[in-house]
Structure formats: structure tokens, C-alpha cells
Design a protein around this ligand. Structure first.
Ligand SMILES: [Zn+2]
Length: 379
């Protein structure tokens, strides 16, 4: 269920907004001593911490790939944008006012193709170019909110733990622009992706992906993209209508399929992060889609086992881990989890077989000594 602001609140918010600022020109920086320059300084500080964060993904194939999309979308403005991909199981991306473009792995995992990823990046680049966060800042109601957000980002970067990301994203509600700005970013995002040669019909589709997950998760409040970019039917309809009117670009973007190739070596790690988020209903939606794609299903069955384990459904978890090991290559942990679940059920034979197999396929596992101790108990 998507939360909607009461109409009166929206009217009040609209009244309190200052007039739009002119777009940032390529290479433009705010005037020294301006309030905008102060905001940039705060963003610079947070960016510096992100640059050296343990959560920053440095995989050259993925970074080059996403940077290529940014270059294609941003044209002469691309040199003003600095891309950071962070490992975080959230469907989100942020454009800081100073041009730092932060993309979370949860977004890359959920985009079904390059055009969908391009739409979200183009939407964020539009927020940056049109100085939307500066407008929010100047409206004075959120100055402390911005400070809290950048502080939270700093904590994430220092702590380097996924758990800290969730806290930061909750504060990221500061990036909840008003409806007009969101509409503006959607229009600019869609036009930008079409200009870069992407199929504009994919814009509405990634919002559908978002909406399905939100609905699966139920009433629970969501951090990140779901709160700052509510995927509503209205938004999807508007994007669909606009996509029908934009002209196809003369130079089509590279064929899809590239996203899958760069994502695949990292996908299992990203999916494990999702399991830690403990939101099995929305993860199941993603998993069902990946199963339909049918690539490296062994690791998907393992994650399916993890989802059932989070839901405390041991029988289904065992069945899923068994599916994993019958579809190699599967993560070695599938055997380990089978051993643990069989042990809990008192099925000593199967527990012994699974632990033995785990040590065979992963002899240098960090927990090998513990597993050997289990095996001793089972003798
Ligand atoms: Zn937005």
C-alpha cells in the first residue's frame, strides 16, 4: 500500500516552495559564501567518506558499465558528476547537490535491463541539474534534516556495515521532493533516457517493479526509494503516456543483456545482503523474476532456502537447499545449511552427509572447525 500525503499538506508544501532556480550549467559551482555553497560543503564532506567507504563497490566491470550509462545520459554535464556504487540492499539512488551520484546495489539488482537503470539515473541527474535539493534546503524547513542525512551517510561510511545503511536511508527522507519536483524529474529523466537512445517505455516498467515489491511488503513503512519515490499507479500512467509521445533517438543505445553480464558475478553477494534485510515478501517478488530468467538457478535456490529459513519454514528451506545442490554451481553453504537444519530435526544421517559434503566442497571454510565438531557429535 502506497502512502499518500493528504491533499491539504501537499497544497501547504507547494505554497512554501521558493521559485525554481535556473538549471546548473555544465561546470557551474555555487557562488562562494552563498547558502548553496554551504550545502555543497556538507555534501563534499559526506562524499569524501563515501569515496573511502568499505561499502563502496570497486568492481571495475560494474563501475565502468554504470559510468558508461551516466556518460551517455549526462553528455557535457558528465564531468560534473562523480559516481559511487555502494553495497546496500535498497532500491535507491541519490544525486547529492554537489554532483556526487550515489547508486545502491539494490537498484542494480532490481533493474530488469539497462534502459530501466538508465531511467533512474536520468531521474536523479535531473534532480541535480535542476537543483531540487538546493530548493528544499533554501526553503529552510529541512536544513537540520540535511545535516542529519549527511551525518548518517558519514556513519555508514565509517562503520562500513550494511545495518547502518538502513538508518541512513530512513533519514534520506530529506530527499523527499515535492510532487512537482518529482514530476519534473520523471519528465526530465524520461526525456533524457530517450535522447540517449533508450526505450522510454522501460521507465514505467521499473516503477511497476517497485510497486509490486511495495505491495508485497504490505503496510510497513519503507525507507529509501519507496518513501522518497512512491511508485503509484498515477506515476506509472503518466510515464506510460509520456513514453508514447517521445521520439525515438537516432542513435539507439547498446543492446540489452550487458547488465546481466556485469551483474552475474556479483549477484549472489547482493542477494545475500537482501536476505539480511529481513523482508522476505518483497525479496520473493525479485526472486520469482530471477527464476523466470533462469540464469544460474543453483544460487537462486540457495537464496530461496534462505528466504524460507528467515520465515522459519524449515521443511521448505530444506527442499530449496536440496534444489540448490542439484543445480550446480551452488553456494557451498547450501550443504552447511542442510546439515544444520537436519541436525535440528534430529535426522543425524542426513546431517552427517551434508556436513561431510560441505567440508569436501569448501575445505578451507572459516567455520570448518565448528562443522568438524558437529560431525564428531554425530559419530
Ligand atoms: Zn526523485
Amino acid at each position: 500500500m502506497v502512502r499518500r500525503l493528504p491533499a491539504l499538506l501537499l497544497v501547504l508544501a507547494a505554497c512554501g516552495n521558493p521559485a525554481p532556480l535556473p538549471d546548473l550549467a555544465p561546470g557551474q559551482r555555487p557562488a562562494p559564501d552563498s547558502e548553496e555553497a554551504g550545502l555543497w560543503m556538507q555534501a563534499d564532506g559526506a562524499e569524501e567518506l563515501i569515496r573511502t567507504s568499505a561499502l563502496r563497490i570497486q568492481d571495475p566491470a560494474l563501475v565502468d558499465y554504470v559510468q558508461g550509462i551516466v556518460d551517455r545520459l549526462a553528455g557535457p554535464r558528465a564531468k560534473d558528476l562523480r559516481l559511487y556504487i555502494l553495497r546496500a540492499p535498497e532500491f535507491n539512488a541519490f544525486a547529492f547537490p554537489n554532483g556526487a551520484l550515489v547508486v545502491l546495489s539494490g537498484l542494480i539488482l532490481r533493474a530488469e535491463n539497462e534502459a530501466q537503470l538508465a531511467f533512474v539515473l536520468s531521474h536523479e541527474i535531473t534532480h541535480y541539474q535542476r537543483r531540487h535539493s538546493v530548493l528544499v534546503y533554501l526553503s529552510a524547513r529541512s536544513k537540520s534534516g540535511f545535516a542529519a542525512f549527511f551525518q548518517a551517510v558519514a556513519n555508514v561510511a565509517r562503520v562500513g556495515e550494511l545495518g547502518a545503511v538502513v538508518g541512513a536511508l530512513a533519514v534520506g527522507g530529506v530527499f523527499r521532493f515535492n510532487r512537482e519536483q518529482e514530476r519534473d524529474a520523471d519528465e526530465g529523466g524520461l526525456d533524457g533516457m530517450a535522447r540517449a537512445g533508450y526505450d522510454a517505455r522501460e521507465a514505467a516498467k521499473i516503477c511497476e517493479v517497485c510497486l509490486h515489491e511495495t505491495e508485497a511488503q504490505g503496510e510497513k513503512d519503507r525507507a529509501g526509494f519507496f518513501s522518497s519515490h512512491p511508485a503509484t499507479r498515477e506515476r506509472i500512467e503518466t510515464l506510460t503516456a509520456r513514453a508514447a509521445t517521445v521520439a525515438a533517438a537516432s542513435a539507439p543505445a547498446p543492446a540489452s543483456g550487458r547488465l546481466g553480464n556485469v551483474l552475474l558475478p556479483l549477484r549472489l553477494g547482493f542477494l545475500k545482503d537482501e536476505v539480511r534485510r529481513q523482508e522476505p515478501a518483497s525479496l520473493q517478488i525479485l526472486l520469482d523474476r530471477l527464476f523466470r530468467e533462469g540464469v544460474q538457478v543453483g544460487e537462486l535456490h540457495f537464496i530461496q532456502g534462505e528466504v524460507y529459513r528467515v520465515r522459519r519454514d524449515a521443511d521448505r528451506a530444506i527442499a530449496a537447499y536440496r534444489d540448490a545442490v542439484s543445480h550446480p554451481p551452488a553456494p557451498a553453504e547450501s550443504h552447511q545449511m542442510l546439515g544444520i537444519l537436519y541436525l535440528k530435526k534430529g535426522d543425524k544421517d542426513n546431517a552427517r552427509t551434508s556436513f561431510t559434503r560441505y567440508l569436501e566442497v569448501h575445505p578451507r571454510a572459516e567455520d570448518a572447525e565448528m562443522v568438524k565438531a558437529y560431525l564428531k557429535q554425530l559419530e
